[in-house]
Design a protein around this ligand. Sequence first.
Ligand code: CA
Length: 469
Amino acid sequence: MLSVATLLCVSCLLLGARGQDRTAMWRGNDRSGRCQYTFTVNSPTEASCPTQAGGPEMDALKSRLSLLEVMVTRLAGGEASGAVGTAAGGPGAGVVQQQQQQQQQKLQEAYSQAMGEKAQLRREKDNLDRQVQDLQRRLEESRQEAERLRSRPCVQTPPAASAPQQDSGLRPAGDPSWHYGSPGYQELKAEVTEVPVPTPAYIEVGTGCGELVAIGEPVTHRKADTIAGKYGVWMQDPEAVAPYGAGMVWRIDTVGSEVRQLFGYEDTDQLARGYPTKVLLLPEAVESTGATMYRGSLYYQRRRSRTLLRYDLSSESIAARRDLPHAGFHGQFPYSWGGYTDIDLAVDEQGLWAIYSTNKAKGAIVIAKLDPHSLEVLKTWETNIRKVTAANAFMICGRLYTVASYTAAETTINYTFDTATSQGKALSVPLKNKYRYNSMIDYNPVQRKLFAWDNYHIVSYDVRLGRQQ
Ligand code: CA
């Protein structure tokens, strides 16, 4: 097809060359020698042959041919470069190289995007982790709050018109401490409605003993420096033994699972300054805030056990050990704030006591009088107040006193049990939890003070004893 078109155009060119004459004839031999006649006749309509038309057609054909050649070359080059790699030269190799660069660029863009998404996911993961931690913390706070509320499910209604008028003078309005437990403790509730008005203080001659009638304002001695001191126990030995004097102050920070350090300060001034003169490492770990100091020994509950230990300060060794029979421990019968406060040791004018509970007592507070030398139980009393409803407890003159709340800024001593008569009764002596997290309260019979540990703060309260009717 291509060759025919070309011949036609060549003939046309020849005809055009003879276009001068109207009619002409030639005769001559062709290439083979044969005679050949040729006539030319002018076109009746065309002034001239479309000579110029042959040029663009040829140019178009040449362009198309060149294009085809380029395409063939590219195809051949593409196959070749596919076989031999990018080292091939020529226009085909250049195109492939360009394509590869584009692919690399796309890959880099995809990689950058993936990296960006990975960083975003990591940020979201960190954010979720923080949310989980926050939820866990709030869950724990809710659990503790629920536990506290469960311990006082019943709220006493405001005093009825028939209630004795003197009640309102003793019981602060809206005091959350005036909640009561199960029907098994209705006896306590009945007694609460008959809280008497305190009479003027009356002190027993000789012992100076009496009932607790008032507690003074909290006096802050020291704030703990670290989280280890959020709660703890501090003590003074009411019957100190050499080499330590009567002013010696002892302190244990009880946050942590392996509490063994006992700090000694010469007096409360040194405690306030934070300069211990003695640091003892106890041979066995301490559980919670129930330790006490008496006659040259530290008495404490060994961690995760009902074992009581007597640590002799002069020999710096365990002098006695004994299990407190049937005592719950490590969260079985704690005070309302928890903290494994199952066994609380106390000292008063009459000696050494343990405050705890047992399965047999069904969670009610049990008081044991202990032999301070051997730790043997001399006698026990079972009260009718559940231990989990009490924030803390202490002994004064052979009487147990319980604290209603460890978080309320204005709370009360709401119950007492006299070991002399084995009788318990409700009462209402105001107490301030200045720092709203009172983890330890004990009585010192020589100082006539309550020692407490309230949310990093080491505090004390004066007490006034007398007689209530
Ligand atoms: Ca206590």
